[in-house]
Design a protein around this ligand. Structure first.
Ligand SMILES: C[S@@+](CC[C@H](N)C(=O)[O-])C[C@H]1O[C@@H](n2cnc3c(N)ncnc32)[C@H](O)[C@@H]1O
Length: 225
């Protein structure tokens, strides 16, 4: 049944109760039951090991705990960047290799490429999810890895009807892999790409997603090729 809920602007979305939800888990560490390694299905530090100047960008980084823990284990040549609308609430100074940026991932862009780009349970709150995945693909190094949680049910047509299947087909055709079991999308190797979807707005009243938490639906016109 098409969802008739209002589709809102980026400004309204970022101020909505779903995105500014203080009860969401923003404090995952690198390891442990809810940690990044478990959620991503690989150890970020193992992936970065052996690189002379490892670079990791964490989108929707929350408190930035995983990055802070990684900073303690990586060489001084590392670059760690966290981007979050709110940023860390604990204001202990960040270690020198870590940059904590308070910005929307919908408009922020880096000035360099990264070996690892993660978005752990962050896309659920982003308006243009396909646009962010497209832009992030271009921020990867040639052998870099992008890994994010994605709920295809949150990709809709402008009338609210499902568009997850054609969106996943387009993502796969562009080189992404999707694990429906883990709700994880991954891409190996940076590239410029375009997807045949035009973003038309977001619905913060879409209801809970597979995590059980209220999440955002992203609306698109599917531009058939
Ligand atoms: C469920 S939390 C996950 C945080 C962190 N990745 C973790 O696992 O601990 C989602 C985070 O996404 C952030 N967020 C939501 N929309 C955002 C946006 N447009 N730009 C940047 N961050 C955003 C929220 O502020 C929140 O910190």
């Amino acid at each position: 049944m098409p969802n008739q809920s209002p589709v809102v602007s980026p400004h309204e979305l970022e101020r909505s109760s779903v995105v500014a939800n203080s009860t969401m888990n923003r404090a995952r560490g690198l390891t442990g039951v809810n940690g990044y390694a478990r959620e991503l299905g690989f150890e970020p530090l193992e992936f970065l090991a052996g690189r002379p100047a490892p670079a990791w960008l964490d989108l929707c980084s929350g408190e930035g705990r995983a990055l802070r823990q990684a900073a303690a284990a990586l060489p001084a040549t590392a670059t760690l960047t966290g981007v979050d609308l709110v940023g860390p609430l604990a204001r202990a100074p960040a270690p020198p290799v870590l940059e904590e940026i308070i910005a929307s991932v919908g408009s922020w862009a880096p000035v360099r490429t990264y070996d690892l780009i993660t978005c752990v349970h962050g896309l659920h709150y982003v308006g243009d999810q396909l646009g962010l995945l497209t832009r992030a693909a271009s921020w990867l190094t040639p052998d870099g890895l992008l890994a994010a949680h994605l709920d295809p049910d949150s990709i809709r047509r402008s009338d609210g009807s499902p568009a997850g299947r054609p969106a996943l087909a387009a993502l796969r055709a562009a080189g992404f892999h999707y694990s429906s079991r883990h709700h994880r999308i991954t891409l190996r190797g940076g590239r410029a790409l375009t997807l045949p979807f035009r973003y038309t707005g977001a619905d913060p009243a879409a209801g809970p997603n597979y995590t059980g938490q209220p999440a955002v639906a992203s609306h698109y016109e599917h531009e058939h090729q």
